[in-house]
Design a binder for this molecule. Structure first.
Ligand code: ASP
Ligand code: MG
Length: 472
């Protein structure tokens, strides 16, 4: 319905202070001359963390943390507003709105401290305050630049289930609500400035989409409004071939596929919230990742097909802060319930398993979990297999925390023979020892485990081997 619409999302650092908000608002105002534009904004950087931290203090009965934070937020947001907006006619109503939201904050913190109880529903109400404070200021900043902005809370637009803390959108209801609420504004050339991260259940309870969820808000709304494209404005220049802190000549990839982007989002290159691309898959809406601090650069375009390049390898990524757990010994050969019991145990702990490898000799199963889950996983497995350990059916259950996963990602690796060979040959020459290896049958990702000390060498070696620094 909304032809020619761009949905633009600005993350926390892109709205981190008055200067950043002005720069981001300029991007919107500029685009609004040629397109219909809807903006989605995060909280000013750090605000959500502080809101949540104070909520946990309040739960302990601390009445001061909420008060102190509310005061600090008042100052921070008024200061930004003062720097951005001169006309009293615009400033006054925004000040009133900020005050109202902060009054809600005070009540939420007081209630929590009084009851010493913090339900997920209340935590959602508290965590959402940063976005709710930011949107009216951003809309006013647009006004100051000669564009017309109108702040909207996404509780009016995005309908979700009632899974507080990580709600899922209900697409049909969201589509209906969003088109109804935003259609006329967009037709008149007004830029709706929507709070990212939040939605509401059918009976009006505020929900959040999970930490970092503003990216997801942008694609949910983009899909609901049949946007032409979605632009995620952030503080990095798109998706890079590798982490530039580890690989000096890492560069921005001009175009990648949804699938590659999703592999990278799950695998350490946390540019996007992992669910971000889901809503745009059916309609194939392109999603850009661009740097609001360097808007002259084009960033990365994420599309259904991506753009194929020679060797098929697009990017490298590493996940650190993980541990390898192995369950094994010659006694487990042919014991068919070891695998099942191992992963029922991790499931019970809700420990996400990032990689699994078992060789056909069946002597050993190893897998990777986040370091935060490692000790608990180890203990639970030792309990689960206590009898088997005693009878030496299972010979060891061990953990190695000094490892990392490195992944080689690229959609066109599928059916390209030799990628694994080149990977392992190049690493062998540099004496990087491979502890475990996994390639899913999707063939878009080869992952392997190396010692944490070897991560940088592994990344640099493969970056060179696959010529990732060369422009494609
Ligand atoms: N402000 C929220 C968070 O910090 C959502 C977001 O920034 O995407 O998690
Ligand atoms: Mg983010």
């Amino acid at each position: 319905m909304t032809k020619n619409l761009q949905v633009m999302k600005f993350g926390g650092t892109s709205v981190g202070n008055a200067t950043c908000i002005r720069r981001s608002a300029q991007i919107v105002a500029h685009a609004a001359k040629e397109h219909k534009v809807a903006a989605v904004v995060s909280a000013m950087s750090g605000v959500t963390n502080r809101l949540i931290e104070a909520a946990h203090h309040a739960k302990q009965g601390d009445r001061e943390a909420g008060k102190a934070l509310t005061e600090a937020l008042r100052e921070q947001h008024f200061e930004a507003l003062d720097a951005l907006v001169q006309s009293p006619g615009t400033k006054g109503p925004v000040q009133e709105r900020v005050k109202q939201i902060l009054a809600e904050a005070s009540r939420l913190y007081e209630g929590t401290a009084l009851l010493r109880e913090l339900t997920l529903r209340t935590l959602d109400a508290i965590s959402s305050l940063g976005e709710r404070l930011c949107a009216p200021i951003f809309a006013a900043a647009l006004g100051e630049l000669g564009a017309r902005g109108s702040a909207i809370e996404a509780t009016e637009l995005i309908m979700t289930d009632s899974f507080h803390g990580g709600a899922e959108p209900l697409p049909d209801a969201t589509r209906e609500k969003s088109q109804k609420r935003m259609g006329a504004l967009l037709e008149q050339g007004i830029v709706p400035v929507v709070t990212g991260f939040i939605g509401a259940t059918a009976d009006g309870a505020l929900t959040t989409l999970g930490r970092g969820g503003s990216d997801y808000s942008a694609t949910i709304l983009g899909a609901a409004l049949d946007a032409e494209e979605i632009i995620i404005w952030t503080d990095v220049e798109g998706v890079l071939t590798a982490d530039p802190r580890l690989v000096g000549d890492a560069r921005t990839i001009p175009e990648i596929s949804y699938r590659e982007a999703a592999e990278l989002a799950y695998f350490g290159a946390k540019v996007l919230h992992p669910k971000t691309l889901r809503p745009v898959l059916p309609a194939g809406i392109p999603v850009w990742i661009r740097n609001s601090f360097a808007p002259e650069k084009l960033g990365t375009k994420i599309t259904a097909k991506g753009r194929s390049i020679g060797g098929g390898v697009k990017a490298l990524t590493a996940i650190r802060d993980v541990a390898l757990i192995s369950v094994g010994g010659p006694g487990i050969v042919g014991v068919t319930d070891v695998v099942g019991r191992t992963f029922s145990t991790t499931a019970e702990l809700r420990a996400e398993v990032l990689l699994i490898s078992q060789s056909s000799s069946q002597n050993d199963i190893c897998f990777i979990v986040a370091k935060a889950h490692a000790q608990a996983t180890l203990e639970a497995l030792r309990k689960e297999f206590a009898q088997d350990l005693a009878h030496q059916v299972v010979d060891h259950i061990a953990m190695d925390p000094d490892i990392a996963i490195v992944a080689v990602v690229g959609e066109n690796m599928r059916g390209t023979p030799g990628v694994a060979g080149r990977t392992f040959h190049a690493l062998g020459k540099e004496n990087v020892n491979m502890i475990a290896i996994a390639q899913g049958s999707s063939e878009t990702n080869i992952s392997f485990v190396v010692s944490d000390k070897a991560v940088q060498t592994a990344l640099q070696t493969l970056h060179r081997e696959f010529h990732l620094a060369d422009a494609s």
